[in-house]
Design a protein around this ligand. Structure first.
Ligand code: NI
Length: 169
């Protein structure tokens, strides 16, 4: 189980390094720990920088632990195709308490490596498409706040700064 890094920590806004070593015990343990942390926080996606590790790795489970077949581990992922648009509410475990409408591609295809270093592709629609885009953004140091209007973004940042000052962040 990891502690989730919150907005304000610079690690969340830095691009992550690609993973270069596969099929290791460390990688296996990192992935297991990330799933555990994500389920405990009731999230559907978690990226390595959110647990303080600046590497291109993310876990997703849009069933939130209900269906093991939906568990996804994406290492060094790249979006290879996008189709359509959807607008819907989005949040982030690193920005608790704030949810806003974000427009994303309705369908996304991603190429990634698994923990053994093998390439695979996954295509997601609706929520999975949103999760894929949100989590891959994290690996490039991009938070969902960057998809909001400057006005909304600044409002949320001001509220967070207040919470920080009050020691409530
Ligand atoms: Ni997030």
């Amino acid at each position: 189980m990891f502690k989730i890094v919150k907005y304000g920590d610079p690690i969340l806004e830095r691009p992550c390094a690609p993973v270069t070593e596969f099929n290791t015990k460390e990688l296996q343990e990192l992935v297991e720990g990330m799933f555990e942390t994500m389920y405990a926080a009731k999230g559907v996606g978690l990226a390595a920088p959110q647990v303080g590790i600046s590497q291109q790795l993310t876990v997703i489970d849009i069933s939130a632990g209900e269906d093991p077949a939906q568990k996804l581990v994406l290492i060094n992922p790249q979006i290879v195709a996008k189709e359509g648009l959807q607008t819907g509410e989005e949040g982030c475990l690193s920005i608790p308490g704030f949810r806003e409408d974000v427009t994303r591609a309705w369908k996304t295809t991603v190429r990634a490596k698994n923990i053994y270093g093998e390439d695979f592709e996954v295509t997601g629609e609706e929520l999975l498409s949103r999760a894929l885009q949100h989590e891959i953004d994290h690996l490039h140091g991009i938070l969902f706040l960057q998809h909001l209007s400057p006005l909304k973004r600044d409002l949320i940042k001001r509220k967070i700064r207040k919470l920080m000052k009050a020691g409530e962040w």
